[in-house]
Design a protein around this ligand. Structure first.
Ligand code: UDP
Length: 237
């Protein structure tokens, strides 16, 4: 059993602790919520526990389908043991339906069906507002090798297939989502970070009600209820 040691990092939604095993970390999910590059701040009751449990549930599902992930073991309602990785400094965004920044950028009404799945990369840098970049920027800056980027893209499409199909069964439409990948000490790429209502757009398939962080971003009511509804549909509690 890994022993929790010093805090290595505190982000907007999670803290990361070292353990006595150099290959493992403990992630602790917070109730803090931010949006618009940290300009909007708040808390969402029980968000940390919900995101921890939803993420682990989906990570397990994906690893059963052949996607390598950083997940090791859920330790408590908020805490999970994960493999230690160096994060690739890219947000990998997969879009099935137009929404959010894509709708704004291209003038497509939210909910517009597109002809194919869209993959986008953003450079992870809060001070710069996570600017969108393409594979040429990524190669030029050395953020990932061409081979790594190919693997990341293949994983992202496979994850999209698996999650979309799974969520459809519980009447959730996967509109878009963000992934992050990391490298283990031997260079192996694994899926890292979280997959939760903070990082995905989930719409009820029938009513198209938003069941994700857009409720917080857009000052809508019953944010907690939406997060709880996702947990209930996925895990049944
Ligand atoms: N997303 C995220 N973190 C970010 C930016 C985006 O998790 O820093 C997720 C977001 O929740 C959505 C998808 O990525 O599911 C696409 O987000 P978009 O580019 O539309 O930006 P947003 O409208 O969230 O600013």
């Amino acid at each position: 059993m890994a022993v929790k040691m010093e805090q290595m990092y505190e982000g907007k939604a999670k803290k990361v602790f070292a353990t006595d095993d150099p290959g493992l970390c403990i992630v602790s999910y917070k109730d803090d919520a931010t949006a618009f590059d940290g300009k909007k701040k708040g808390t969402i009751a029980d968000k940390g526990e919900i995101n921890n449990r939803v993420t682990n549930h989906l990570m397990k599902l994906l690893s059963e389908q052949g996607i390598p992930t950083h997940f090791v073991e859920e330790l408590s309602a908020r805490e999970t043991l994960v493999k230690r990785v160096t994060i690739v400094p890219l947000e990998v965004i997969v879009r099935n339906i137009a929404a959010g920044s894509l709708s704004k950028r291209l003038g497509l009404p939210e909910g517009t069906k597109m002809g194919a799945t869209v993959l986008e990369f953003c450079y992870k840098d809060d001070a710069l507002g996570d600017p969108m970049v393409n594979e040429y920027h990524i190669a030029a800056m050395g953020w990932a090798s061409a081979e790594e980027l190919e693997t990341i893209a293949a994983y992202a499409f496979k994850i999209n297939e698996a999650l979309s199909l799974y969520l459809k069964e519980v009447n959730i439409e996967l509109i878009d989502f963000k992934l992050e990948f990391g490298r283990l000490s031997d260079g192996t790429l694994v899926l890292a970070d979280e997959i939760s209502p903070d990082t995905c757009r989930f719409w009820d398939s029938k009513t198209r009600e938003k069941l994700d962080k857009d409720r917080f971003r857009r000052d809508m009511d019953d944010i907690e209820g939406a997060y709880r509804e996702i947990l209930k549909r996925l895990i049944g509690q």
